[in-house]
Write a protein that binds this ligand. Structure first.
Ligand SMILES: N[C@@H](CCC(=O)N[C@@H](CS)C(=O)NCC(=O)O)C(=O)O
Length: 212
């Protein structure tokens, strides 16, 4: 059986679970050996990050590489279009999430409520940076108005990151607002059964973690 190294609230672990659920795959989740960030875990997973996937002797440690591998070994339902142009846009969307939007949200993590107090002005500046990414995403979506009608690999990170923003916006007084095209895209993605199932499980865990 497939095994994933994961912890419950990790954003990219939730992204991976959406892919696993959409593919109807069975998997077993195991905590990082020796704990998150441990030398023991880094000895197994070169990048030391989560999630990682083990399939027999194969170990993969980037959520997008894992997702593409799962799409290759379980082609149905296809999560990348067969049409090269549509496939390129799906990958573009996925990269935008992983390299542009999510990293701006992650910069808030050291300052989550109850952790370190940020420097004055940091939260307002970071909120502007995240809002700029959301506005860019709205323009991105204009290039692919059908995005989210069918769940592609490029969509799976967004519902998780947007769930984080829902929780963090009031808690950290970020004053963020979702542009209309992003809100509509989000609704289309949230209606996909694999996303609804994961968010139903993940949402309460995330809220409890942030309250905790
Ligand atoms: N680009 C990576 C990012 C994964 C990532 O940032 N994972 C977080 C947990 S949600 C992590 O392990 N951060 C600590 C680190 O990268 O050392 C992916 O898509 O898998």
């Amino acid at each position: 059986m497939l095994e994933t190294y994961a912890i419950p609230v990790s954003l990219y672990c939730a992204k991976l679970r959406i892919v696993l659920r959409a593919k109807g795959l069975e998997w077993r989740e195991i905590p990082p050996t020796g704990g998150y960030g441990s030398d023991e875990y880094k000895a197994i997973v070169p990048s030391g990050n989560l999630p990682a996937l083990r399939d027999g002797g194969l170990l993969i440690c980037d959520s997008e590489a894992i997702a593409e591998y799962l799409n290759d070994i379980r082609p149905e339902p296809p999560m990348l279009s067969h049409d090269p142009a549509a496939r390129a846009l799906e990958r573009d969307r996925g990269r935008f999430h992983d390299t542009r939007l999510e990293p701006e949200v992650r910069r808030l993590f050291p300052y989550l409520p109850g952790r370190t107090e940020p420097e004055p002005g940091f939260l307002a500046a970071q909120a502007r940076a995240i809002q700029a990414r959301l506005d860019q995403l709205a323009r991105f979506l204009a290039l692919a108005p059908e995005a989210g009608d069918r769940l592609s690999l490029g969509d799976c990170g967004y519902p998780v990151t947007l769930a984080w923003l829902d929780e963090l916006t009031p808690r950290m007084e970020l004053g963020l607002s979702l542009p209309g095209p992003v809100a509509r895209y989000r609704d289309r993605v949230a209606a996909q059964p694999a996303v609804a199932a994961e968010l139903g499980d993940y949402g309460p865990k995330l809220a409890a973690f942030l309250d905790g």
